[in-house]
Design a protein around this ligand. Sequence first.
Ligand code: 5AD
Ligand code: SF4
Length: 440
Amino acid sequence: MLENVFIETYGCQMNVADSEVVASILAEKGFKSCTDIGEADIILINTCSVRDNAEQRIWGRLNAIRHLKRKNRGLIVGLIGCMAERLKKKVIETDQLVDIVAGPDAYRQLPSLIEEAQAGHKAVNVLLSREETYGDIKPVRLDADGVTAFVSIMRGCNNMCSYCVVPYVRGAERSRDPESILREIAELFDSGYREVTLLGQNVDSYKWSGGGNNLDFSQLIEKTAQIDPLLRVRFSTSHPKDISDDLLRTIARYENICRHIHLPAQSGSNRILKLMNREYTREDFMSRIESIRNILPGCSVSTDIITGFCTETEEDHEETLSLMKWAGFDFAYMFKYSERPGTRAARRLKDDVPEKIKIKRLNEIIKLQNSLSEKSKRNDVGKVFEVLVEGFSKRSDDYLTGRTSQNKVVVFPKEDKKKGDYVRVIIEGCTSATLKGKII
Ligand code: 5AD
Ligand code: SF4
């Protein structure tokens, strides 16, 4: 009997890529991915632990699917990924609904974990690995637009940012074999894909040595760009302490490596950066931005900001605002600090910024970023950009949508174009989230 698996994904792009690996491992064993949760024999929830509210959402979700198990006694529910890794057996103790708990390095065991669960046992595997990269597995593209895809190039993280749970739930950093990466991307291109995003917690520290060959991230991205000039290459995430001029110069040499860098600042205060153990200063960060501006004119920069970290004062907060203004970020993800059990900050520092102040500072940061994002978009009006068409716009099939190299979304009348095409679009206006234009 073919069994239907429904995979629901929370968290970062890495998790999206992981769910595709999971789908592939299960497809090998004859399981089928389904898009209607009501038809599922097995529900897998791929989880995030990065902030407490991510975990709360998942507990809420489990509550919402409880009734499905009442209807179908044989239904298997698995919690997989970061939250599974963090809570281990406690997941099952907290919620009897869950049959399977599998951490990010245990996905190859999922078929046997499912078997165990079907035999009526709770099945748990949260072993982390030093080697697992799932390099040989060809991901099954879920929710695919057929144009853009995520490609995982490394796993885990060796940085020890004091606030962050990732090293504990995803283990040590390891890079994936470049041959398997490049093969996967070439196959994507041959089947019509036109954009890949190379993913890792810290792509700048990608390093492969094997068979006498050494390869760093700039060499990997260069080889990726050489697959075909019609293939767009993106990457995420860069670390301000590691992003090198060498990488920026490589990007400059290839028009098909996108002019967008996601460079999380986290804070603009040197005192806070030190407590966060980010290993760069505000000045270092500014010098990286200057390098980007010099070597890659017209490159957009987005960032992540955490507000209300332990001991953060109003002066520290002002420093963050002033760094944001100075950098003029095109886009930002902004968060309130959320203490994660077991991290260095949780062990050594007091989460002492009152919730009310965290909310006030977050609102100030969001307000500033809204004006910076708007300015960045207004600046594009009148300019012409090459846009890769990703599909119809949400509102109407008479319009197409795609992104510029700078990662800004553009909507325009479709004319005779279709997804996967490159078009040149002149920008005539903008809304808060998108650019509007027409094909020239
Ligand atoms: N609290 C709030 N935000 C966090 N991030 C990581 N850990 C935490 C935390 N404990 C944010 C950082 C990171 C992004 C993925 O999530 O900004 O870059
Ligand atoms: Fe991604 Fe980090 Fe969340 Fe895990 S904890 S899903 S690595 S953001």
